[in-house]
Design a protein around this ligand. Structure first.
Ligand code: FE2
Length: 375
């Protein structure tokens, strides 16, 4: 009779921080009204909810926009001398909150703070006629925070304090689905500090690593480790700059963001050609990839379902790993500072992050960096 592995010999590891995915991403911006219009117009988000003086919030305004399972909150302060205004003064527009869906926000706070996380928000219950939401929060790299959102007892539009945002302007979706991963840029020698934080404080695992030999071009270099929670719904790659002949793109980010922060949010689609065609028609700008990339790409990645020409016309990159392939493209920065950008990604089996594209991609990034005089 064959032996059976029992829990005695293979102890089941208990995930002390079960996460159901990204609840929302909150941006602190200088003008949330205009930012909401931009994300609706250019990216196809729909109006969802609003909070501000009309709902009893006197010091800030937040617009909530949604596309499929992707929710953004755009927040702007109404006055100076407060944490939001200071954040914008220091960093420009950027990501403040990576909010994560949990069953129990109080327990998530206890589990993480007992393992060394610094409290951003003690567990707080918000309620209205539609039920209650419990929020708690911890600090991560830079001024970025994680909020734990428990909404199992809430059936309102977003959360207490918000009203439905009715708009007569409703541009069509571009097929963006959900957050695939969010990348943080941290300072020199800080990558392993934050890897340890995600391992010890949040129970994440390091699923992939790239050193400066994988990710370097003639000029700039970086190192990266990908952290994932137990079920793989939440993935946070962490980059740090590496020494190269010239300034690393991560260093440029750190200079202009004035510290560590979210470098890019990767958004999934099921049809990248259609999504990127739509985004380009609406004015979203992407990094340009040299045509030479497409002369050899199929030798590297093998057969793919898509025709190559539309991918080349749009500048979509292709990479393969043991489990399949992926298609990806990177936007130019979303604000004037060369800081936050988006990645659009379509996975066809591959669970990796496009290592084979790094060289072509970084050469494209460096051309942009050079035009800004920051190389
Ligand atoms: Fe990415």
């Amino acid at each position: 009779m064959s032996s059976v592995l029992t829990s005695e010999v293979m102890p089941q590891t208990v995930d002390f921080l079960p996460l159901h995915g990204t609840d929302y991403v909150e941006f602190y911006v200088g003008n949330a009204k205009q930012a909401a219009h931009f994300y609706k117009t250019a990216f196809g988000f729909q109006s969802l909810a609003y909070a501000g003086p009309e709902t009893g919030v006197m010091d800030k305004v937040s617009y909530v926009i949604r596309q499929n399972k992707l929710t953004f909150v755009l927040t702007t302060p109404l006055k100076t001398n407060n944490a939001i205004a200071d954040h914008i003064y220091k960093h420009g527009d950027g990501v403040k909150v990576l909010a994560l869906m949990v069953d129990d926000a109080t327990d998530a706070w206890k589990q993480t703070t007992s393992r060394g996380a610094k409290t951003y928000l003690e567990p707080k219950e918000l309620s209205d006629n539609n039920g209650k939401v419990v929020l708690s929060g911890i600090h991560t790299y830079g001024d970025t925070v994680h909020l734990f959102v428990e909404r199992k007892n809430y059936n309102g539009i977003f959360m207490p304090g918000f009203k439905k945002w009715e708009s007569e302007y409703n541009p069509a979706s571009t097929g963006l689905l959900y957050v695939d991963h969010c990348v943080g840029n941290v300072g020199w020698n800080q990558m392993n500090v934050w890897v340890k934080f995600y391992e010890e404080v949040m129970g994440f695992k390091n699923i992939l690593s790239f050193d400066d030999k994988d990710i370097s071009t003639e000029y700039s270099a970086l190192m990266s480790k990908v952290m994932s929670n137990g079920n793989g719904y939440v993935k946070f790659p962490i980059n740090e700059p590496a020494e190269g002949k010239k300034k690393s793109q991560v260093e440029e980010f750190l200079d202009f963001y004035n510290g560590e922060g979210v470098q890019h949010v990767a958004i999934a689609t099921l049809d990248i050609v259609e999504t990127v065609t739509q985004l380009k028609e609406r004015g979203v700008e992407f990094l340009k990839i040299p045509s030479s990339y497409y002369e050899t790409v199929l030798d590297r990645v093998g057969k793919i379902d898509e025709d190559l020409q539309p991918l080349q016309d749009l500048g979509i990159l292709i990479d393969r790993d043991d489990e399949g392939y992926l298609l990806q493209i990177f936007s130019k920065p979303l604000e004037d500072r060369p800081t936050l950008f988006f990645e659009i990604i379509q996975r066809k089996g591959a669970k990796s992050f496009g290592k084979g594209n790094f060289k072509a991609l970084f050469e494209a990034l460096e051309r942009e960096q050079e035009l800004r005089g920051n190389l």
